[in-house]
Design a protein around this ligand. Structure first.
Ligand code: RFL
Ligand code: PHB
Length: 397
């Protein structure tokens, strides 16, 4: 017989979305249980995003998660765009009345969130199997799973939050889902290296051989990406080849990429994906479970956390005051931001990558756009306000 229990919100997935939701709900006095199929160590080590919008930083500070972020996060005033062998700085602070971005790795946000939840007695079950959700159109949906010791559980909930990422079990429970999708004919090869970054800001470089991005994690650790073929095998990319390609794509007189031991290497496919609606009955999707953007705009994590703020406000109104108003508006409210970010990410991706088989016409359009963004204040401001975070959401404490 399964062990039965009761909570207000059953949360599937201990990524940034599920963990932040559980934290915000606790601040609002709403109970939750988070169920995750990976180990805690795996969740804390998964290399992904690194760039936070100003609004995301302000949100994390306002809910007690700013301590390490403020000590270790690296604030940036803007970015560099590089093309035709020249590097141009876009200063977001100047363009947008003080907006900025911060480099602070997703791994660190996940560690901070797990530590905060566990310190406050929060329930997170790692290493679960057979996770399933049922009865989402009834008044008492059920979250079922087997824990790491092999014991089966059934948790009766008021609502379920599907924060289980792109390959999760929640999205398929929504009937008549409308999916809008693009795949791109390239991927990113990402590395983490013990090398002091030789740049003060991130560099987005369009080179005739493909896009490259120079990011960082700390004053000692660099994070770099190269555009590669969509089906690229890591076997074809020994460290020497990676550094040679990075030096070529970022080449500038009197300057070079600083090299060091590579500690992580992976290939990520590029995709845009939006599923609507993001709610069915008492099931709400948030983050990558509902949408994916290509990483060129640095939006995925920020978007996931914005969904969660909208959802936490809605669930507090529903579970503390009995009002369905915000819950009914949840999907439409989120999708407006999702589509803005989907457009921005697609636009950045299309401007900076070399499409295999493309002709001179496409290259000239990209270069014309890059030159416009680097010289027109209006065009630069549009990039800056999207990149640093357009219309940030607020958690109502
Ligand atoms: P996650 O992080 O995928 O977490 C989902 C969690 O659910 C678990 N799960 C299940 N648990 C229980 N039962 C099941 N059946 C389950 N199925 C799955 C998973 O194990 C996992 O723990 O989704 P979430 O929380 O929505 O967070 C989204 C972000 O992770 C993602 O959008 C960003 O990483 C995207 N992204 C970036 N976003 C930014 O805002 N700025 C960036 O600079 C940025 N760079 C990136 C990125 C993503 C990248 N990759 C690898 C996709 C750079 C890269 C290379
Ligand atoms: C990162 O630091 O991992 C990063 C930064 C900016 C992006 C994508 C990834 O656009």
């Amino acid at each position: 017989m399964p062990v039965t229990s009761r909570t207000q919100v059953g949360i599937v997935g201990a990524g940034p979305a599920g963990l932040l939701l559980s934290h915000l709900l606790a601040l609002a006095g709403v109970d939750s249980v988070v169920v995750e199929n990976r180990t805690r160590a795996y969740c804390e080590a998964r290399q992904r995003a690194g760039l936070l919008e100003a609004g995301t930083v302000e949100l994390l500070r306002s809910v007690g998660l700013g301590k390490r972020l403020d000590a270790e996060g690296i604030e940036h005033d803007g970015i560099y765009l590089q093309f035709l062998g020249e590097r141009h700085h876009l200063n977001f602070r100047e363009l947008t009345d003080g907006r900025w971005v911060t480099v602070y790795a997703q791994t660190e946000i996940v560690k901070d969130l797990i530590a905060a939840r566990l310190a406050n007695g929060g329930a997170i079950e790692f290493s679960c199997s057979d996770v399933s959700v049922s009865g989402v159109t009834s008044d008492r949906p059920m979250l079922s799973y087997t824990d790491s010791s092999g014991v089966a559980h059934e948790v009766s909930c008021d609502v379920i939050a599907g924060c289980d990422g792109f390959h999760g079990v929640c999205r398929p429970l929504i009937p008549d889902l409308q999916v809008s999708e693009r795949t791109y004919p390239y991927a990113w090869l990402g590395i983490l290296a013990n090398a002091a970054p030789s740049t003060d800001e991130l560099i987005y470089s369009r080179h005739a051989d493909g896009f490259a991005l120079y990011s960082m994690r700390s004053p000692e650790v660099s994070r770099l990406y190269l555009q590669v073929a969509p089906d690229e095998s890591l076997d074809r990319w020994p460290d020497d080849r990676i550094w040679a390609e990075l030096q070529k794509r970022f080449a500038l007189d009197g300057w070079s990429v600083s090299e060091g031991p590579i500690t992580d290497k992976s290939v990520t496919a590029m995709r845009s994906f939006v599923a609507a609606p993001m709610r069915h009955g008492r099931l709400f999707l948030a983050g990558d479970a509902a949408h994916i953007v290509p990483p060129t705009g640095a939006k995925g994590l920020n978007l996931a956390l914005s969904d969660v703020v909208v959802l936490a406000n809605a669930l507090r109104a529903l579970l503390k005051e009995g009002s369905w108003k915000l819950a009914d508006a949840y999907s439409d409210t989120c999708l407006r931001r999702v589509w803005r970010c989907t457009h921005f990410s697609w636009w950045m991706t299309s401007m900076l990558h070399v499409t295999p088989g493309s002709d001179a016409f496409e290259s000239q359009l990209q270069l014309a756009q890059l030159s416009y963004v680097s010289s027109s204040r209006a065009a630069a401001l549009s990039l800056a306000e999207n990149y640093s975070g357009y219309e940030p959401v607020r958690f109502e404490l």
